[in-house]
Design a protein around this ligand. Structure first.
Ligand code: B1M
Length: 228
């Protein structure tokens, strides 16, 4: 909010603080987001609630307006930058865990796709659930995925795609894992807004994860089945 100077954060009711966070994320105000995330945490909100009710809720509004032609790429990039400023604070808190190591995961966004906010969240939440996570970033080819899985001896491969044009590449990766004889050694989990359970089944992934919380539950479930 441009007239933030006049707003005293500590005096705002929590609901309004979260609304302000959504507005400032929309406007791409990274510094304000940093202050507001700290204020919300100082009030005892959990990192997960700050993430979902503040940052992700703001990004949902950005997504709708981007789709409807109200926002354009430069504005969305500013919003993404503000989101990352908030996530920088939340990351160590979400990843804080005393849990014994649950397994090793590699995660990345597929070739042709540069959306990384969602997969970064999954990565953080997996770390928080006790997984060793190797986040290989965006625009990954089959070779990138296979090299990372082999190097880190991963139990789980997570793939993210946000575009209808890049999601078919997940099948290319899974087919290549089969050809290389390593598909069955891995749990393959996929996610991203345009995917579905039916798509995951069709490409022979183990499961589709609707959001980061589901990605944690699903990864734990498959590791428990493996270890049983
Ligand atoms: Co993009 N973009 N974008 N974009 N962008 C979408 C995806 C879009 C739906 C917007 C829209 O039209 N409403 C649309 C896709 C339409 C389609 O394919 N049908 C779109 C488009 C068209 C494009 C471009 C083509 C625009 C252009 O250039 N004309 C272009 C493509 C670039 C490319 O990748 N080659 C583009 C570019 C960009 C920016 C660079 C500007 C920026 C990305 C910045 C970045 O990521 N660093 C951007 C953004 C920010 C978005 C929206 C607005 C937000 C995405 C996001 O970060 N959401 C998005 C609209 C939307 O999704 N509402 C949009 C917040 C994030 C927390 O959610 O990523 O869904 P999400 O992740 C969730 C779950 O999906 C799940 O868990 C996460 C956390 O809960 N999940 C996983 C995700 N990955 C997972 C992996 C797992 C498990 C769960 O593994 C196990």
């Amino acid at each position: 909010m441009s007239d933030n100077e006049e707003i005293i954060l500590s005096e705002l009711p929590t609901e309004e603080l979260l609304e302000l966070m959504q507005d400032d994320l929309y406007d791409g105000y990274a510094d304000e987001i940093t202050e507001e995330v700290n204020e919300a945490l100082g009030r005892g909100l959990t990192p997960y609630d700050v993430l979902t009710d503040g940052l992700v809720a703001g990004m949902d509004i950005v997504g709708a307006d981007f789709r409807d032609g109200i926002l354009f790429v430069p504005e969305v990039l500013m919003a993404a930058k503000a989101m990352k400023a908030g996530m920088t604070i939340l990351r160590p808190l979400l990843a804080e865990t005393d849990a014994p190591k649950s397994g090793t995961a590699v995660i990345g966004t597929v070739k042709g796709d540069i959306h990384d906010i969602g997969q970064n969240l999954v990565s953080m939440m997996w770390e928080g659930a006790g997984f060793d996570v190797y986040n290989i970033g965006i625009n990954n080819s089959v070779e990138d995925f296979i090299a990372a899985v082999e190097k880190h001896q991963a139990d789980i491969l997570g793939m993210s795609a946000l575009l209808t044009t890049t999601m078919p590449y997940m099948k290319v990766v899974i087919d290549s894992l089969m050809e290389a004889g390593i598909r069955d050694k891995l749990v393959v989990l996929v996610g991203g807004a345009p995917l579905s359970d039916a798509f995951a089944e069709e490409i022979r992934a183990d499961a589709y994860c609707r959001d980061a919380a589901v990605a944690v539950e699903t990864a734990k479930k498959f590791m428990a089945m493996r270890n049983a």
